[in-house]
Design a protein around this ligand. Sequence first.
Ligand SMILES: Nc1ncnc2c1ncn2[C@@H]1O[C@H](COP(=O)(O)OP(=O)(O)O)[C@@H](O)[C@H]1O
Ligand SMILES: [Mg+2]
Length: 351
Amino acid sequence: MTERHVSVENLVKTYPGAAKPSVDDVSFSLPRGEMLALLGPSGCGKTTILRMIAGLVEPSSGAIRLNGREVSGIPVHKRNMGMVFQAYALFPHMTVAENIAFGLEMRGIAKADRAAKVARALDLVKLTGLGDRRTTQLSGGQQQRCAIARSLVIEPELLLLDEPLSNLDAKLRDEMRDEIREIQGRTGVTAIFVTHDQDEALSMADRLAVMSAGRLEQIGTPRQIFDRPETEFVASFIGAGNFLNGRVTGAGEAAVDGFGTLRFVGDAAVGQDVRLMVRPHRLVMGGAANSFTGTVEHIVYRGQILTMTVRSGQTRLQADLHTHAGALPEKGQTVTLGVAPEDVTFIGRAA
Ligand SMILES: Nc1ncnc2c1ncn2[C@@H]1O[C@H](COP(=O)(O)OP(=O)(O)O)[C@@H](O)[C@H]1O
Ligand SMILES: [Mg+2]
């Protein structure tokens, strides 16, 4: 069995005066060395969970365990957790090295040891030689690297990152994604990072915990979350989807308007009303195991991708097709789209 390094059990937080909990019965655990993304829309309770783990917010109920040990009685500074926030929270009157050394000084580490640890942390985040700069002289990306070095230099038990890339521009954000992932991999530190950005979560995390309105919807690997979403919320929050209602007619088969029979992967009893989902980019031109013939209602050429809406009766499908230099479909044309059964996701019973 994988060791549970960090676990959160039935965690609840209701802020004073609030009508309903901001975090509502959330449980999950991480093995050592894992990077977990807490993903969800603004206000769903991600930061509250992170702050409870750090000891900055007191849970209303539930437990948080580190190495199996309940942490509730342990104050913030004794939990040995590194934190990185959206706003870097660096001390402007100190140099980069002084900022990084701060946590070591608080922990009473001797000066000579501090210098060696700071030098290593600077190397780790590629700020070698910049220790004497003021943090105000650093670029946004360098400031965030400094914040990461500061949180890692204490060799934390757990690294907590709250929207660490939100203040960076798009290009830098991509670079920093790779870099944070690489630093985390190299140090082997267990990490939880909060983001509302699905791309960020998919590309950086070992597993994603998707949240909505204080509740955990699903936890899984990027591929499980993207290809096998278990709730309609997860399916629509991550990526785009065509949602279809059907009635099960046989093993892995449902009657769906426009398709006739739609073959899918999943278990459902004959006669059951089901909800199925097809991602726009998994549709291809031409029939396949599943085919849908309809009229092109709307089309947008976007260079690499052609997005079109195809209608048959009451059913509309959005298809994102890779373009090519030959003839492409046009508005008003009748086209047939195909999709493989494994690309038809069974979401659950129809509401
Ligand atoms: N200190 C607080 N006092 C009262 N309500 C709060 C406090 N912090 C957060 N909330 C509320 O709790 C909910 C979840 O907030 P938060 O954890 O910050 O979500 P997220 O990080 O996912 O955006 C929101 O409705 C927010 O308004
Ligand atoms: Mg937040």
